[in-house]
Design a protein around this ligand. Structure first.
Ligand code: WQD
Length: 337
């Protein structure tokens, strides 16, 4: 099939473009490059041997999105494009609501106009909020506690209403936990702009000498080693989950939700130790104040994706760190290297 991937030059997007091409699909990418570099697609083409078509398009420009559908016979869409920093969303809610919601509404209107109604949407575990017991299960009541998470939740509601109103829509909502790692080639990976918000890219920059030490946000949580537990998932496993979800909805109308996670919690200090093993030396850190908004622990109940998609994670945290380190070591300044 010919798949349109929005946000396809980003971290998860580029790994998914590669997985789609390896599964035999043609890929068209649109991205506004606000948080990523087109170099990632050049590297993906090296790895797959097949160039993806790229259009520098911002989803808030509906006419430009329509022109891409007019030019290419698209069969399905994987939708990643969106702003995704929790802290930034608290400071800039209007930018997040405009970009994430208007961008998605434009995409859906154009898809409908061109009779394209197969969609895989990049959602997030952050929609579960802080009131749900762990492990998180798809049927739980969701309720995000930050503007970024609320845009994901509201897009899920829009897609649920669309599917309920028109049974021609085939929609998968994928709730990611904590994506880390990189393609084993070390040629594509996570390239955050500025100071990384997330744990593993920050650790990787300590390891490569760009940061002095890791600040561990809180060491007094009610967890085995006092640091927060999260469900880390290798980005290559995550990309394969998108291929599996796309195949599933290709033949089934309706709206489906799946957690994409390992079903296990790993602590901050365990991840730091694992990364040190990959580097071959322990990495410097300091235990600091808790970060506002962090939950002590959450992880996925991953049984639905296994049952429905025959998909589950295959890589360990050690493998995630080894692959992340190979990318960072070979590309100390990311795609600018
Ligand atoms: C993980 C743990 C931190 C950095 C976020 C978003 C979520 C999703 C994934 C988009 C926490 C600790 C971190 C550091 C630290 N993104 N930490 N020092 O917060 O679980 O999830 O990213 O969908 O929406 O909320 O991931 O990597 O930021 O933090 O101690 O320098 O690492 O306190 O316990 P998080 P994270």
């Amino acid at each position: 099939m010919r798949i349109l991937v929005t946000g396809g030059t980003g971290y998860i997007g580029s790994h998914t473009v590669l997985a789609l091409q390896e599964a035999g699909h043609e890929v068209v990418v649109i991205d506004n490059l606000v948080n990523s570099s087109e170099e990632s697609l050049r590297r993906v083409a090296e790895l797959s041997g097949k160039p993806a078509v790229f259009h520098r398009v911002d989803l808030v420009d509906e006419a430009a999105v329509d022109a891409v559908f007019a030019e290419h016979a698209i069969n399905a869409v994987v939708h990643f494009a969106g702003l995704k920093a929790v802290g930034e969303s608290v400071r800039e809610p209007l930018m997040y609501y405009h970009n994430n919601l208007v961008g998605t509404l434009n995409l859906l209107r154009v898809m409908d106009r061109h009779d394209v109604r197969s969609l895989v949407f990049s959602s997030s575990a952050t929609v579960y909020g802080e009131h749900n017991p762990i492990p998180y299960i798809e049927k739980m009541e969701i309720g995000a506690n930050n503007p970024y998470g609320r845009t994901k939740e509201q897009i899920e509601d829009i897609l649920s209403d669309l599917g309920a109103a028109d049974d021609r829509w085939h929609i998968a909502l994928l709730r990611y936990f904590n994506p880390v790692g990189a393609h084993p080639s070390g040629r594509i990976g996570e390239d955050p702009q500025g100071i990384p918000n997330n744990l593993v890219p920050f650790i990787a920059q300590v390891a490569v000498g760009r940061r002095e030490k890791l600040m561990v946000f809180g060491g007094d949580y009610d967890t085995p080693d006092g640091t927060c537990l999260r469900d880390y998932i290798h980005v290559v496993d995550l990309a394969e989950g998108h291929v599996a979800a796309l195949n599933h909805v290709a033949g089934r109308a309706g709206v489906f939700r799946w957690n994409l996670g390992s079903g296990k919690g790993t602590s901050v200090l365990e991840v730091l130790r694992s990364f040190g093993k990959a580097v071959g030396a322990p990495l410097p850190y300091e235990v600091a104040e808790r970060r506002t908004g962090d939950l002590p622990a959450f992880w996925a109940d991953a049984s639905s994706a296994l049952a429905d998609l025959s998909w589950s994670t295959t890589k360990t945290v050690d493998e995630m760190c080894e692959d992340h380190w190979r990318w960072q070591k070979n590309n100390p300044l990311g795609y600018l290297s």
